[in-house]
Design a protein around this ligand. Structure first.
Ligand code: ADP
Ligand code: NI
Length: 218
């Protein structure tokens, strides 16, 4: 009986958080939409199960809230995302140590985050891997092209050899996407990243073949 009520309770809390997230990510580009959140949640729960990490509630909350208040889409006068998340989870009577890890994931998950003052806890490692896996493979390619289009970046600049500047979407593959395989935190994440990395390599091969079509014919 108690277990039944506990389960119901967790389910209700999760659906409140889902509601909050759906509202919060409005205005993000479509590569950061609700379906991205759902994919990251599913992948994080999968990795958590494979890695035998038991705190599925923390993994699920951290995955759902990982993009809340993303600096790419925030206005300067928006509330601090850590405060927003803490307020939300306190209202749902989530334990303090879970709130802490969820806020940490939200704050430090981004590839570009320079601060490394966090302890790499299991939940963090798992959700970061899940988020990074969504940036590679077939969906990762779609998201990169979509984001580049949203920013009106060129698809490819053949004369721009400099990596690290992301002036084009193909440039972004070298700046970030091709590096993700080597940055995985978990064994499961690495295994899936290897498969998805190959898709990127095959895509680039084909891209250059098509780009250079005229050249090779003349
Ligand atoms: P995260 O949200 O995981 O911190 P990013 O915001 O850097 O990471 O990337 C989110 C998605 O947007 C990824 O799929 C990434 O490839 C894409 N993206 C970010 N910057 C660029 C860019 N300059 N060109 C193309 N895609 C980009
Ligand atoms: Ni994300």
């Amino acid at each position: 009986m108690t277990i039944y009520f506990e389960k119901m309770d967790i389910k209700q809390k999760i659906s409140k958080v889902e509601e909050f997230v759906r509202e919060n990510i409005k205005g993000y580009d479509s590569g950061h939409d609700w379906y991205h959140i759902v994919r990251v949640r599913n992948m994080a729960l999968f990795i958590g199960a494979e890695e035998k990490v038991s705190n599925t509630f923390a993994i699920e909350l951290a995955a759902l809230l990982h993009d809340t208040g993303d600096s790419k889409f925030r206005n300067l006068d928006d509330h601090d995302s850590g405060e927003l998340i803490t307020e939300l989870l306190l209202g749902l009577e989530v334990e303090q140590d879970i709130i802490e890890v969820v806020v940490m994931v939200n704050r430090y998950i981004s590839f570009s985050s320079k601060e490394k003052q966090y302890e790499l806890r299991d939940v963090f490692k798992i959700v970061q891997d899940a988020d990074r896996l969504d940036a590679i493979g077939a969906i990762g390619i779609a998201r990169a092209l979509n984001y580049g289009g949203y920013r009106n970046n060129p698809i490819y600049l053949p004369d721009d050899a400099s990596a690290g500047s992301s002036k084009s979407t193909i440039g972004h593959f070298y700046d970030k996407l091709l590096k993700l395989k080597g940055l995985m935190n978990t064994i499961t994440g690495r295994r899936i990243a290897e498969e998805r990395h190959e898709i990127l390599e095959r895509y680039l091969d084909e891209f250059y073949k098509e780009w250079n079509f005229q050249k090779s014919k003349t």
